[in-house]
Write a protein that binds this ligand. Structure first.
Ligand SMILES: NC(=O)c1ccc[n+]([C@@H]2O[C@H](COP(=O)([O-])OP(=O)(O)OC[C@H]3O[C@@H](n4cnc5c(N)ncnc54)[C@H](OP(=O)(O)O)[C@@H]3O)[C@@H](O)[C@H]2O)c1
Length: 292
């Protein structure tokens, strides 16, 4: 298949490139070459490349910054996906768009997960953009996949795993980590494999795709510290103590129901994938955190 991948320099996009290039022709223009907010550029590109599939990993992902609700933020997160969805409809390509657990309010009592057909009720502006992007995709593209995920980590860019390692390496003796929020840490490489599986099996509609099982950030940090034998003491803390601009859902647990019903779920237990990731890249990340 010929695949046009937007956002290939980002955390998920870089793993999608790595995974898809093995079996497909993948075009990866930079954000300078194809700015998704530019309708004319999007249409010209789709016309020229005749892609079978377009994957949108591009977004403005700073959740707290999005609370400012600047027009350009909405453009990237809502109008960009709408341009791509309309372009895909015009040139008969399948459109794959990435959405988030933040479309939900996270108020379900634990351990009740969110299903694909639960009504979205975003708490933050970023969550509202994601809901609007989903509507734009469904309204404009006859052949789409929306993948809702959350708590991503990987080798590229900033993420929770790297932040815990770098704080531990900087000899912080004590780290306070939130213990009253729940979600499923998800490795971008595994998610990329799941996206590949969906595309190759002509998946259609909305899918939740996160690791199996759930934990709190405190437990997640504990698993990182234990696996890498980092010398730091973790202390449980409450979400209320964090002075963050955007409100976060407490319950971020998504059930991969549609993937399972269609026999397509390849997501693994969060701890299994975290261990694999740290076995592969732990030493490299520690060296990186030490600035060596
Ligand atoms: N990170 C998470 O935990 C998480 C959780 C749930 C859902 N998601 C969703 O998953 C997707 C991927 O997230 P990520 O964390 O991998 O993102 P990321 O690392 O922040 O990367 C974002 C990518 O978007 C590109 N981009 C930004 N503005 C663009 C524009 N106007 N035109 C074209 N490209 C543009 C960036 O290119 P430049 O580097 O050139 O600017 C970069 O490649 C996003 O939709 C995000 O909302 C993420």
């Amino acid at each position: 298949m010929k695949i046009l991948l937007l956002g290939s320099s980002g955390m998920l996009g870089s793993d999608c490139k790595l995974v898809l290039e093995k079996n497909h022709e993948v075009l990866t223009p930079s954000s300078k070459e194809v700015d998704i907010i530019r309708w004319d550029t999007v249409i010209e590109t789709l016309d020229q490349v005749s892609a079978d599939v377009v994957i949108n990993c591009a977004a403005f992902t700073d959740v707290d910054a999005c609370q400012a609700d600047e027009p350009w933020m909405r453009k990237v997160n809502v109008e960009g996906p709408r341009n791509l969805a309309q372009g895909c409809a015009r040139f008969h390509a399948k459109f794959v768009h990435i959405s988030s657990d933040y479309v939900f309010a996270g108020k379900k009592a634990m351990p009740q997960p969110y299903f694909e057909d639960d009504p979205p009720r975003p708490l933050s502006v970023y969550g509202k953009y994601k809901v609007e992007s989903e509507v734009a995709v469904r309204d404009n593209s006859p052949n789409y996949i929306i993948v809702r995920t959350g708590w991503l980590y990987g080798l590229t860019g900033k993420n929770f795993v790297k932040s815990i390692i770098s704080q531990a390496v900087q000899k912080r003796k004590k780290l306070e980590v939130v213990s009253d929020q729940y979600g499923s840490p998800t490795w971008t490489y595994r998610l990329a494999l799941q996206i590949k599986k969906l595309i190759e099996n002509d998946g259609r509609g909305t899918y939740h795709a996160t690791s199996e099982g759930f934990c709190t950030p405190y437990e997640w940090a504990g698993a990182i510290v234990e696996k890498l034998d980092l010398k730091v003491k973790l202390e449980p803390s409450s979400m209320k103590n964090l002075q963050r601009a955007a409100p976060r859902p407490v319950n971020c647990v998504l059930e991969n129901r549609n993937l399972k019903e269609q026999g397509l779920n390849i997501m693994r237990a969060w701890r299994e994938d975290l261990d694999l990731f740290l076995e592969k890249y732990g030493s490299e990340l520690i060296r990186e955190a030490k600035g060596k």
